[in-house]
Design a binder for this molecule. Structure first.
Ligand code: ADP
Ligand code: MG
Length: 647
């Protein structure tokens, strides 16, 4: 074996392989060049999936004729001067490798007229060699035409997919950059047909409409500054909820220096995978598992398992705080303060989604404001009657007959529905949340007045009755609500648990400790998770062999068979062995809430229903259960009128 330096054309092809894997990579590099040149209009033309032809034309500042040939040399760039510049990259390109790499594996024609030039320069390269140089008449800007891609690299060609797939990938890239640069007009032409166009209006929402269609765009909400700058209010409990999520960050950098904003889907709009989450760091499209996870985590308990949101996420931060020079295609970045970035994204999305979560409508044609206005007018008299009745029954109910839902401090501290004698309850520690909850109790009758407009996630509801021993029928300002009693109670319990977390979960000590054989297979698992179990109110100790001694259970579960509860929890541990730490704890909490919640089939008294609805109104995310299913559906006044043929 003799070590030798590779001939330049071989070296060029190797280098090209890193930057140019498929036509979409070329589209990306050329679009980035156009954006770096300050273009406000970029046109992309594609033939045969970009392999036959890929042309990007822009109205940017162009290249001076004398410099044009330089653009195709390796490491030739106008964007970087010294090594220190690498620490603060503010342009999309910086390596001076794209044109060089593209030219090595195709035939390229460049026509460019610099802003101060009278005429354009035109170059033609074949396989990286300059074969023609001349002048041409053209408007200010640059046109790069790439033809016969990979004609000299058969190995690469083999890996290309069908023309349609490659064209689709190019379209995806174009849409990405259209999202990142709403002020630039993008036009995509495939096989001579215009397939995508943005207006260049500067409004991100306009682009979202073009990319996703109006129906989907309507289910996307803005988050973070600037659009959400007015949202100064953070719902009580949100902080804990956000902090509860796995990998919640330590404060390792001032988050104020990081801006996270964009659009995210309402929980009603989901996808089966994470590909609907587009991330941009300083307006550069990136792929980042951590940030994608941050977005998904922001929907914690709001989406069904296996469903993912759609989002367009922009992160902006000091270019010195992010390294973009870690991947040949520049699609990966590294953050100096990764956890802060993660946290900024998660919080911004969470805040918006929790505040905007809608109530799913029944699938009936919706109709106008008129019907709703008439509804509210007629409703007023009913409410007045309802309110006097309400305060009367509540007052009567306060002494709390066994099993009722009259406001009872035990209930607020997580004691649950079929409450036991209150002496049984003992908080492991005094949670700060309890005193707030108790204050709320003091004003139970007037709770609607206490909830400010901002904290209210639900309109004030008047309970009408129960149907099917399963749903509560309630009336709101705009129509009728059907509330799933089990799902609603699960949500209430879950948020109570969350609020107590950190302060100590209310636990009920068992008069007699219960011994439980969990079976050999899960002994180890239970032993491993004693800390998590303890944190949510189960005092469990190993008792030799496969048995454990249970001394307390979370108060919400009082009245349930402790042995069965622990057995169930233990099997749940076995099902999800991959979960650790807080993620496991979150799952356990959800399980406990599911068990403790009133079941379908349970008859509820008027007071119980009112109390359930009142507590639901106070939740941060009243519209979904912790598993992401809806707790209620709405039938609007307009829909009712339509269904009855009144309008
Ligand atoms: P980089 O973008 O990393 O600088 P490229 O190989 O993509 O490297 O481009 C080399 C140089 O060619 C750029 O630095 C820029 O000066 C010039 N250039 C390329 N495309 C354009 C364009 N569309 N408009 C103006 N200048 C361009
Ligand atoms: Mg470039």
């Amino acid at each position: 074996m003799i070590i030798h330096v590779l001939p330049p054309d071989v070296a060029a092809k190797i280098a090209a392989g890193e930057v140019v894997e498929r036509p979409a990579n070329i589209a990306k590099e050329l679009i980035e060049n156009s954006l770096d040149a300050g273009a406000s209009e970029i046109r992309i033309e594609v033939r045969e999936g970009g392999q036959r032809l890929l042309r990007v034309s822009d109205n940017g500042h162009g290249i001076p004729a004398a410099e044009a040939p330089l653009a195709f040399q390796r490491h030739a760039t106008s964007k970087l001067n010294a090594a220190e510049d690498l620490d603060r990259i503010e342009t999309l390109g910086f390596r001076g490798e794209a044109l060089y790499s593209i030219a090595a594996v195709s035939n390229v024609t460049l026509t460019s007229r610099h802003a101060e030039a009278e005429i354009a320069v035109q170059l033609r390269l074949e396989g990286g060699e300059l074969v023609e140089q001349g002048r041409a008449g053209a408007p200010v800007g640059t046109v790069v035409t790439v033809e016969h891609l990979f004609h000299n690299v058969p190995a690469r060609r083999k890996f290309l997919r069908t023309t349609a797939t490659e064209a689709g990938r190019i379209a995806a890239i174009v849409q990405c950059y259209a999202l990142a640069y709403p002020a630039c007009r993008f036009v995509l032409v495939n096989e001579g047909r215009e397939t995508f166009r943005t207006t260049g209006s500067g409004d991100l929402f306009d682009v979202i409409v073009q990319v996703y269609g109006l129906d989907t765009a309507r289910q996307m909400i803005p988050f973070g500054p600037p659009a959400a700058a007015a949202q100064t209010h953070t719902p009580a409990g949100l902080a804990e909820e956000v902090a509860f999520m796995p990998e919640s960050p330590a404060k390792d950098a001032p988050e104020t220096a990081i801006r996270a904003f964009g659009y995210a889907s309402l929980p009603t709009l989901t996808r089966a995978n994470r590909t609907g989450i587009d991330l941009f760091v300083n307006r550069r499209y990136v792929e980042d598992r951590g940030l994608t996870f941050a977005v998904v985590q922001a929907y914690h308990t709001l989406l069904p398992v296996g469903r993912y949101p759609l989002a367009v996420v922009f992160v902006e931060l000091d270019p010195g705080q992010v390294d973009v020079n870690v991947h040949p295609q520049k699609t990966q970045v590294r953050f100096v303060h990764e956890r802060s970035v993660f946290s900024a994204v998660q919080k911004a999305v969470r805040r918006a989604v929790v505040q905007h979560a809608p109530i799913p409508d029944m699938d009936l044609p919706s109709s106008g404001r008129d019907a709703i206005d008439a509804w509210s007018a007629r409703r007023r008299s009913i409410i007045e009657a309802g309110d006097s009745q309400r305060s009367f029954t509540l007052a009567a109910g306060v002494p709390s007959a066994e099993g009722t839902l009259a406001p009872d401090p035990a209930l607020e501290s997580g004691a649950g529905w079929a409450s036991q004698a209150s002496d049984d309850h003992e908080a492991v520690a005094t949670p700060a949340a309890t005193s707030a909850a108790e204050q709320d109790d003091a004003s139970a009758g007037a709770s609607h007045a206490v909830l400010s407009e901002q904290t209210r996630k639900l309109p004030p509801l008047r309970v009408v009755g129960q149907v099917g021993a399963m749903y509560i029928v309630a009336e709101g300002p705009e129509g009728v609500f059907l509330i799933d009693q089990h799902a609603a109670h699960e949500r209430i319990l879950y948020e109570k648990f969350m609020a107590q977390r950190g302060g100590g979960i209310a636990a009920q000590h068992l008069l007699e400790p219960v011994t439980l054989h969990v079976g050999r297979e899960i002994t180890g698992l239970v032993a491993q998770h004693l800390a998590e179990l303890n944190r949510i109110g189960f005092a469990v100790e190993p008792f030799g062999g496969d048995s454990f001694l249970l001394r307390s259970i979370p108060s919400v579960l009082s009245g349930q068979d402790p042995a069965r509860v622990l057995q169930e929890i233990a099997s749940s541990l076995a099902e999800r062995r991959n979960l650790v730490g807080e993620e496991m704890e979150a799952r356990l909490v959800k399980m406990v809430c599911k068990r403790a919640a009133i079941k379908a089939g349970q008859l509820l008294s008027a007071i119980e229903m009112q109390e359930l609805v009142r507590q639901l109104e106070a939740c941060d995310s009243p519209r979904t259960c912790p598993h992401g299913r809806p707790t209620m559906i709405q039938l609007s006044a307009g829909e009712l009128e339509k269904a009855f043929g009144r309008i």
